[in-house]
Design a binder for this molecule. Structure first.
Ligand SMILES: Cc1cc2nc3c(=O)[nH]c(=O)nc-3n(C[C@H](O)[C@H](O)[C@H](O)COP(=O)(O)OP(=O)(O)OC[C@H]3O[C@@H](n4cnc5c(N)ncnc54)[C@H](O)[C@@H]3O)c2cc1C
Ligand SMILES: NC(=O)c1ccc[n+]([C@@H]2O[C@H](COP(=O)([O-])OP(=O)(O)OC[C@H]3O[C@@H](n4cnc5c(N)ncnc54)[C@H](OP(=O)(O)O)[C@@H]3O)[C@@H](O)[C@H]2O)c1
Length: 446
């Protein structure tokens, strides 16, 4: 990497979720000066604002790791600063300031709507917004969500179970129904997460679902009994219920249209029946049958994963992901971390992608951490090839953000905020306390 008389290489890591934090750690270990830039005041991304709020032990363990990363003197934290075409600074501006490389680790902040009629109705939400809301991330923490007595979740992954958890154990509403376009053998949730709400499952309805769907599963070689046992096995160590909320799993239906009432409130979903078709190379896909049925609900939450935010200004591939170089110059474990423009078929020199910005909605914190490490390794390999580095960009960057009409949050500010929140938690006898507005967080930093 370029090491000239008076300077070390400098890299801007954009996004301080697990991927960005661990990319920063890898770079600073290698002696690189890191500007770790984060939209949110606090670091942590979805580890702070996605993981269910009552998983205190897990969240505190992660915070401990994040604190360690930020303690490194080569890592400079800049919170409350957004990068993007309409944001505080653009990626181009960061490059012009002289950073030797950029690693984009901003997660998947775009909302993946399906483009169905009725998505604009009251009571229709995307899981990400609700998850940010109950985890106290501004501005979602300050928005109100109109949740009724029957939530229909689209999708059967772990995020659906987080929404079900919230609805069943915190809100204690009447009913949650989760619909899946494929069958019970293709659920994405884990047994451990199902254990939290399994005792609310409507077992008679589940039996009926297996009676209805087993032949369709078996026609593509799936083991219906095994799929049933997987779901039922979560009952063995399930948490005691705290509400009478009925939890229903409804398979082999794909939403086609959301139905509203005269006040513009969602009242249900018209969904098409599907069957399974074996995919070439393995797996199954859902194939619509033309027949539809209406599933009533006064709230609909899409739990179908997220997509990247196009306003970052990076080119997309045909699947809507940030495009990666098909023939990476610096692959790590055969993975491409290099941003790419498919139209001009050119590398975006010096720009790397990691975590959910590289592969949206994919995997756990540990996966994002590994991806951040590897993305940093790819960037380090790139730095080795740069004969000449620019003069250190950090000072120029500091000067530039000093001109912005907003407070930028530094490491010491965040430490102060954590102290104040910790003291308030103690005073109020809580396991954890979080301010839910940027104003309160900034005021606490003094
Ligand atoms: C609801 C939910 C619950 C989950 N629960 C678990 C769990 O229990 N256990 C587990 O292991 N995994 C869990 N995960 C998965 C885990 O949270 C992710 O794998 C991981 O957080 C992804 O890391 P990331 O750094 O790529 O992105 P993120 O965590 O999304 O971090 C992105 C960071 O980028 C910043 N950013 C965004 N836009 C900009 C911008 N324009 N400019 C500057 N900064 C920006 C954000 O402020 C954020 O800090 C959960 C995910 C979800 C959605
Ligand atoms: N506690 C935890 O450990 C925890 C909590 C939350 C999230 N996470 C992790 O975070 C990641 C993201 O989770 P996730 O639940 O958002 O995603 P996911 O696991 O990919 O599940 C998404 C669900 O949405 C469905 N879906 C996607 N597109 C659809 C469409 N167009 N129409 C109908 N249904 C559609 C999928 O069905 P198909 O399978 O048919 O595509 C699937 O059932 C996962 O790795 C997850 O494990 C972990």
């Amino acid at each position: 990497m370029p090491e000239k008389e008076d300077k070390r290489a400098s890299v801007a890591v954009i996004g301080a979720g697990p991927a960005g934090l661990f990319a920063a750690r890898e770079l600073s270990k290698a002696g690189v000066q890191v500007a770790l830039i984060n939209r949110d005041i606090k670091p942590g991304g979805l580890a702070e604002y996605g993981i269910y709020p009552n998983k205190h032990k897990m969240k505190e363990g992660l915070r401990r790791q994040f604190r360690k990363v930020l303690e490194d003197e080569n890592t400079n934290y800049f919170g409350n600063l957004s990068i993007g075409l309409d944001d505080d600074l653009t990626l181009d501006e960061l490059q012009e300031l002289g950073f030797d490389a950029l690693i984009v680790c901003v997660g998947a902040q775009g909302t993946k709507w399906l483009g169905l009629p009725g998505e604009e109705l009251d009571g229709v939400y995307h899981a990400k917004d609700i998850v940010y809301h109950y985890n106290d991330l501004p501005p979602f923490s300050e928005k109100s969500f109109s949740i009724g007595e029957k939530i229909l979740c689209v999708g059967v992954g772990n995020v659906m179970l987080d929404i079900a958890h919230w609805a069943i154990r915190d809100l204690k509403i009447q009913e949650v129904v989760a619909i899946a376009r494929r069958g019970p053998a293709d659920v994405k949730f884990t047994k451990k997460e199902m254990e939290i709400v399994a005792r609310n499952l409507d077992l008679a309805a589940l039996d009926a679902e297996f009676d209805r769907t087993s032949a369709i599963m078996e026609a593509v070689g799936q083991d219906a009994e095994h799929a049933k046992q997987f779901i039922l096995s979560s009952l063995e160590r399930a948490k005691d219920p705290v509400s009478d909320t009925k939890f229903v799993l409804d398979f082999l239906v794909s939403p086609k249209r959301l139905i509203g009432d005269e006040d513009g409130r969602v009242r249900g979903v018209e969904a098409e029946d599907t069957v399974l078709e074996a995919r070439e190379g393995g797996g199954t896909k859902a194939v619509g049958q033309g027949s539809t049925r209406v599933i009533e609900a006064d709230t609909v939450v899409f739990c179908i994963g997220d997509k990247v935010d196009v306003s970052m200004g990076l080119p997309l591939d045909k699947w809507g992901e940030f495009a990666k170089a098909p023939e990476p110059r610096f692959p790590i474990d055969d993975i491409s971390f290099e941003a790419y423009d498919p139209e001009s078929e050119s590398y975006l020199d010096g720009i790397f992608l990691a975590g959910w910005s590289r592969e949206a909605s994919s995997g756990l914190v540990g996966t994002a951490r590994k991806d951040g490490n590897q993305g940093a390794k790819a960037a380090l390999a790139y730095l080795e090839t740069k004969a000449e580095g620019e003069a250190s960009a950090i000072e120029k960057f500091e000067k530039r953000i000093g001109e912005l009409a907003k407070p930028i949050v530094r490491k010491a500010d965040w430490v102060k905020l954590e102290e104040v929140e910790g003291a308030l938690a103690k005073e109020r006898g809580l396991e954890h306390f979080k301010f839910s507005s940027n104003e309160d967080m900034l005021a606490a930093m003094g």
